[in-house]
Design a protein around this ligand. Structure first.
Ligand SMILES: C[S@@+](CC[C@H](N)C(=O)[O-])C[C@H]1O[C@@H](n2cnc3c(N)ncnc32)[C@H](O)[C@@H]1O
Length: 396
């Protein structure tokens, strides 16, 4: 069976690469861009494999993280978009612009996708405390393969739960039952993992009081209920169109969902991480619940969203970026500068006409890289327009 061969190859290739990475010198080049406060909170822009290596090798973070939640691309082969509106004092407000949020069609094959996932699981295991747990959020497409990979990386005995997150939103097909759940695989690093039991309401039959001796009963607007240990099927709404927590970032997960994860397996003061952080849901929850947080995403749009969502003055955090970050050369004097020519030798940009979000010394801004020319010294010189440093994510 082709898929099984791909799975086995993916695991053994990932293991080889992991051993190579761990035995060699770290070449992950993450630099600090900015820092507010002394808190152990950090957001990083760059590939999460390199960032995890940087945490392990340069920051002494092996065995320091209590909970890792990851919500990687689901192997959907889709491209997710984000809508934004720019503000410029000179030009006024722009129309709604669609820019790529992230791309889930880049893995050419199942084998490449699974290898990438497996190597990240191995790095996560190294970062976890002995009392730590990892939560991997996927759906029907690859959960079954991920479960086998996690058995191999964490040990089948360390399987804790498969959480079924069920919701109402989304469409339905005429050929299947409506697909209304995601799967979250939970594994521990050892059998001594931290677990705080959470409780939920269980309504009595007929919503009437039972009056059993020694059983505490409560009543709300629906009726009488008791409190029971939480089950592994969680019915929680997706982030709604009008929800206050909505950031506009595609595939944002609800804070309620991440809250259960953080509360059940960590305590205040612990450090939790999300290496596919998107809009920064885990950071927002941890900030509220008194946990330290570490976020990483390779999409500048995600970093900008996280910076807006988390409060640098209140929560205090450090921003890091990997080597191919432009060096704050974009001098901003006013709201808009066009035709500013500069040496952007270090910028890696696959599509020269694409709108990109970058950080500058003045904070996040949008840059459109317009042309590529050579100057008299033969160096590569790019022209770019800075289109605005204030913007909003538009919720459609
Ligand atoms: C499903 S979204 C996460 C959404 C997030 N849970 C939230 O609540 O907003 C997946 C994220 O993984 C990021 N990503 C994909 N591959 C990555 C990689 N190799 N390194 C870092 N981030 C990556 C994407 O840019 C995207 O933002």
């Amino acid at each position: 069976m082709k898929e099984l061969t791909e799975l086995i190859n993916a695991y053994s290739e990932a293991l080889k690469e992991y051993n190579l990475l761990m035995s060699g010198e770290a070449d992950a080049d993450f630099r600090q861009m900015d820092s507010w406060g002394e808190e152990r909170n950090e957001m990083a822009l760059g590939d999460n494999m390199e960032y995890m290596l940087h945490l392990i090798k340069d920051c002494g973070m092996a065995s320091k993280i209590q909970v890792v939640y990851i919500d990687p691309p689901f192997y959907t082969k889709e491209k997710f978009m984000s809508s934004i509106k720019l503000h410029s004092e000179i030009l006024g407000d722009s129309k709604v612009l669609k820019i790529g949020a992230y791309d889930d069609h880049i893995s050419e094959s199942l084998e490449v996708y699974l290898k990438n996932l497996a190597i990240r699981m191995m790095l996560i295991r190294t970062l976890l405390k002995d009392s730590g747990t990892v939560w991997v959020h996927l759906d029907r497409r690859v959960t079954h393969y991920a479960r086998i990979l996690m058995d191999l990386v964490f040990g089948a005995d360390n399987f804790v739960n498969e959480i079924i997150w069920t919701y109402k939103s989304g469409g339905a097909s005429k050929k299947t039952f409506a697909r209304k759940h995601d799967n979250i695989l939970v594994y521990s690093k050892t059998d001594q993992y931290k677990f705080n039991i959470l409780q939920e309401k269980s309504y009595n039959r007929g919503f009437k009081p039972y009056r059993f001796k020694g059983v505490k009963e409560y009543c709300d607007e629906v009726g009488w209920y008791t409190l029971v240990n939480m089950k592994d099927v969680w019915q929680l709404d997706m982030v709604g169109r009008t929800s206050a927590e909505r950031s506009g970032y595609a595939t944002q997960k609800p804070e309620k969902l991440v809250e259960r994860i953080i509360e059940s397996c960590s305590d205040p003061g612990d450090i939790c991480a999300d290496f596919y952080a998107g809009s920064g849901t885990l950071g927002a929850v941890c900030a509220r619940l008194g946990r330290g947080w570490i976020l990483c995403d390779n999409n500048p749009a995600a970093l900008v969203c996280q910076m807006e969502r988390l409060n640098k003055d209140k929560d205090g955090f450090t921003v890091k970026a990997s080597g191919d970050w432009p060096e704050g050369k974009a001098e901003m004097s006013g709201d808009l500068i066009t035709g500013y020519e500069a040496d952007l030798e270090n910028v890696t940009c696959s599509d020269m006409e694409q709108l990109q979000k970058f950080m500058t010394e003045d904070g996040p801004c949008f840059i459109r890289i317009t042309k590529r020319v050579s100057d008299e010294t033969g160096r590569r010189v790019y022209g770019y327009d800075i289109l605005g440093n204030r913007f909003e994510q538009v919720i459609e």
